[in-house]
Design a protein around this ligand. Structure first.
Ligand SMILES: *[C@@H]1O[C@H](CO)[C@@H](O)[C@H](O)[C@H]1NC(C)=O
Ligand SMILES: *[C@@H]1O[C@H](CO)[C@@H](O)[C@H](O)[C@H]1NC(C)=O
Ligand SMILES: *[C@@H]1O[C@H](CO)[C@@H](O)[C@H](O)[C@H]1NC(C)=O
Ligand SMILES: *[C@@H]1O[C@H](CO)[C@@H](O)[C@H](O)[C@H]1NC(C)=O
Length: 527
């Protein structure tokens, strides 16, 4: 999947003005290993001082990831003889672990590039090769790159390179190298859901709702209760094995709820649950709780118990990443393909005051169904980061888990901002290409969008329409949709996608050029 541009060393040296990245490969071919998407909010301030110490870390590639799709479909496709024969965590770890030969190749390359053997070591988890005591100048030479210092609008300074080069044989066994191209990112919260939570908490509850002659609840176009959802979506849920099944909700934020709030909600909508709480599972020292998600989840799946997977919240207000719960439910994910990426993931444990002191790896038994009401942008991550995280969702699928994520809040224009992508793949105010949500665009998660009850209608099946809510005049919120720019159309979607494209070709051909309809990774101008 990675974009490898073959170049000859001679051609490569010229634009760098004499910096010689890998003397020993004088006749070998170098490839661009990773290249960065631009980011509009960054201010380029200066070239990084060459004596700045840099913690150089090289993540090794895993085996068999190219087979993940086939392996997953074998256990997921009802037509397959192996349907439902899910894997153990041990089998997953064994099948994908990076081979010893990769580490040896990387060592040899580093030594040939002038790094003393004593400075090279393999990380305890075997997934990284690390170089001690490296400086920016040395790393620039080894990777044929340049580091610059960017200032974010929040004042933070970040070290970034635009691209870097590796000999082809090394590029083949390396996943990614840090610090290099990765931008910094904030997860976007999904506020519209939180607003809905305000109603029950503030007592604005219409406890008994009139059902119309059909028995369907009314008023669901203005306030959605669990009964509205049951009726609208025709949910007739008969639990079969609540003692063996598990349902988890991931919470990323420190917003706390009170048991009394839960009880107010339950008294109105799910009397059997009054006094009941979710099973609380702290990840990395997490203490916050999410009110509305829990209220609806517990009401709809009762008597199935609900687990609340609460991520840690550092006092520094550090942003949470999806990798934290993945690390907690799959210990092998903490290490595979280099483990977390400090440019997107918080440092765990974090030695700084107020930082998270704990890193949970494989300490939480994975629920079979996991719900996440979050979304962020696909464009903002490096390809390797996306592939690694998406492969993990696939591995959870191999183990029999279903992972759901929000489709986003502002239709096809990103998850929050309402900005689209430009021809270079960056998010910009006047851009016109649709901006897919992440991880919704990973083929191995179930993305969940929203519908709303038609104005004045009772909540009968079919009385719904696509969620499109006018928040302020002229500004609408609605669920995301879309086509990934980074992942090919998975086999299981091909028929549905082709028929959608054919219909759109007839009904609205102008829109076809606004998204990646090719079904393979899109190459933006600068990639
Ligand atoms: C609702 O579900 C029941 C059983 O699950 C089914 O028989 C019925 O046709 C469904 N109604 C609608 C309108 O889809
Ligand atoms: C795309 O990037 C190129 C090179 O950095 C730049 O000149 C151009 O203005 C960019 N286009 C847009 C639409 O931002
Ligand atoms: C976006 O378009 C508007 C209207 O044409 C223009 O005034 C504005 O400068 C543009 N902004 C950017 C960042 O290009
Ligand atoms: C009940 O709701 C259905 C669906 O919206 C509607 O067609 C019907 O007219 C309603 N009946 C009454 C008595 O309001």
């Amino acid at each position: 999947m990675r974009s490898q541009f073959l170049i000859l060393l001679g051609a490569f040296l010229a634009p760098l003005g004499g910096a010689n990245p890998v003397e020993h490969t004088t006749r070998s071919q170098l490839v661009v290993h990773e290249k960065r998407y631009s980011h509009p909010n960054w201010l380029l301030t200066r070239r990084l001082e060459p004596d700045t110490p840099l913690p150089l870390r090289i993540a090794l590639k895993q085996r068999n990831l190219d087979r993940l799709s086939d392996l997953l479909l074998e256990v997921s496709d009802p037509q397959s003889p192996s349907y439902g024969k899910h894997w153990s965590a041990e089998k997953v770890a064994r099948t994908f672990a990076p081979p010893e030969s990769s580490a040896n190749a990387v060592r040899g390359w580093l030594q040939a590039s002038g790094v003393e053997p004593a400075r090279i070591r393999r990380s305890p988890n075997q997934a990284w090769v690390e170089v001690k005591g490296a400086t920016a100048g040395e790393v620039e030479r080894i990777l044929g790159t340049r580091y610059h210092v960017y200032k974010r609008d929040n004042g933070g300074e970040h070290i970034v390179s635009d691209s870097y080069y590796l000999p082809r044989s090394i590029s083949d066994v390396v996943d990614f190298i840090t610090p290099t191209i990765q931008p910094d990112l904030r997860l976007d919260e999904v506020p519209s859901y939180k607003r809905r939570q305000a109603d029950p908490a503030s007592g604005v509850i219409h406890a008994k709702r009139a059902a119309n002659a059909t028995g369907a609840p009314t008023g669901c176009d203005t306030l959605v209760t669990p009964d509205c959802l049951r009726s609208l979506y025709n949910i007739t849920y008969v639990p079969k094995a609540t003692d063996r099944n598990t349902f988890g909700v991931v919470n990323y934020y420190a917003n706390t709820y009170l048991q009394s709030d839960l009880d107010t909600f339950f008294r109105n909508y799910s009397p059997a649950l009054v006094g009941k709480s979710p099973e609380f599972i702290s990840i990395d020292g997490g203490v916050g709780e999410a009110g509305w998600v829990i209220q609806y989840a517990m009401s709809l799946v009762q008597p199935q118990p609900v687990k609340l997977l609460q991520l840690g919240n550092a006092q520094t207000g550090e942003f949470r990443s999806f990798n934290e719960w993945l690390d907690a439910v799959d210990g092998s994910y903490c290490t595979y393909e280099g483990g977390d990426d400090l440019t997107y993931d918080p440092p765990l444990p974090n030695v700084l005051p107020g930082g998270l002191q704990q890193h949970d790896c494989g300490t939480v038994k994975a629920p079979y169904v996991v719900s996440n009401s979050q979304a962020t942008h696909e464009y903002a991550f490096s390809q390797f980061y996306l592939e690694r995280q998406c492969a993990e969702f696939g591995k959870l699928g191999l183990m029999g888990m279903t992972v759901m994520y929000s489709a986003g809040n502002v239709g096809t224009a990103g998850t929050q901002s309402g900005y689209c992508l430009d021809e270079n793949g960056s998010m910009n105010v006047n851009a016109t290409l649709f901006n897919p949500s992440w991880p919704a665009s990973c083929p191995w998660v179930t993305a969940v969008g929203g519908t709303q009850v038609k104005k004045g209608a009772a909540a009968v099946p079919g009385a719904e329409e696509v969620w499109n809510q006018e928040i302020i005049p002229g500004f609408f919120q609605s669920g995301g949709g879309g086509f990934s720019n980074r992942f090919s159309t998975p086999a299981y979607q091909k028929t549905a996608v082709q028929s959608y494209l054919q219909n759109l070709q007839k009904s609205d051909p102008a829109h076809l050029k606004l998204f990646n309809k090719q079904g393979v990774r899109r190459h933006f101008h600068r990639v």
